[in-house]
Design a protein around this ligand. Structure first.
Ligand code: MD3
Ligand code: FE
Length: 220
């Protein structure tokens, strides 16, 4: 048994195949990515080799606790100048790595499974969390068309997803996201506030102490 298939025999299985509805057009497909990890993982390593994970700076000048990179035609960036999608990696000046076929297929299949047919993502943002890293409540509103869903894939150690409302002050529910879970949001739920609570110290056979998240968007 190698490190990529090991997870099939571990603690992610009890929920696999079930659905956790979070709102009218938001659902977590439990374990949807588990059978595809063996293809996703080496493809991710290729992306990171060309466009390394890096700590971007917020418009307020703070380094983000979660380093990120992108693949696909467009990549999400943050700097003192603001948040935006752009076709080139600001660190290297190169185009972002192409979106691996296994990434695109997973994003499309998960969107269709959640009722969003013909999803055509042009951007995939990759976030890496180590213990203590977090993402404070925010909205994703740099994309052009809020009619398109977002698809999010979790790998590695568990996280507590904070699922708020349409106003920043709305109380946030806490939803565990485990290795292999895929979340899909659109329509009425597209502009909900959301975040990730500080990651707890844990170990996973594939990622060690880390959690990796991909979010697929139609940005342009
Ligand atoms: C709900 N990432 O990159 S993914 C982000 O786990 C981001 O890294 C988190 O929030 C992570 O912007 C959460 C789940 C997610 C992504 C986008 C959403 C949930 C969303 C947009 C609207 C509502
Ligand atoms: Fe977000």
């Amino acid at each position: 048994m190698n490190i990529v298939t090991a997870d099939l025999f571990a603690d992610d299985l009890p929920l696999a195949g079930s659905r956790t509805p979070l709102g009218p057009q938001a659902v977590v497909l439990r374990g949807f990515a588990l059978g595809r990890v063996a293809a996703l993982w080496p493809a991710l390593q290729q992306v990171i080799a060309r466009a390394p994970l890096r700590h971007m700076v917020t418009p307020g000048g703070q380094a983000m606790s979660v380093p990120l990179t992108n693949c696909g035609l467009l990549g999400w960036t943050s700097s003192r100048a603001g948040y935006r999608y752009q076709g080139t990696d600001p660190d290297s000046g190169l185009s972002w790595p192409p979106m691996p076929g296994a990434f695109l297929a997973l994003a499309r299949d998960a969107a269709a499974e959640a009722g969003f047919e013909r999803f055509e993502p042009d951007a995939c943002l990759v976030n890496r969390y180590r213990p203590g890293a977090r993402l404070t409540l925010h909205q994703d509103r740099n994309e052009r068309d809020f009619g398109q869903p977002i698809v999010s894939v979790s790998l590695g150690v568990p996280a507590v997803f904070l699922w708020g409302g349409l106003r920043r002050g709305d109380r946030a529910a806490r939803v565990p996201l485990l290795h292999g879970d895929v979340a899909v949001w659109g329509g009425a739920d597209r502009l909900r506030y959301h975040g990730i609570a500080p990651i707890r110290e844990a170990a996973h056979p594939l990622t060690g102490c880390e959690r990796i998240n991909f979010t697929f968007r139609k940005a342009g």
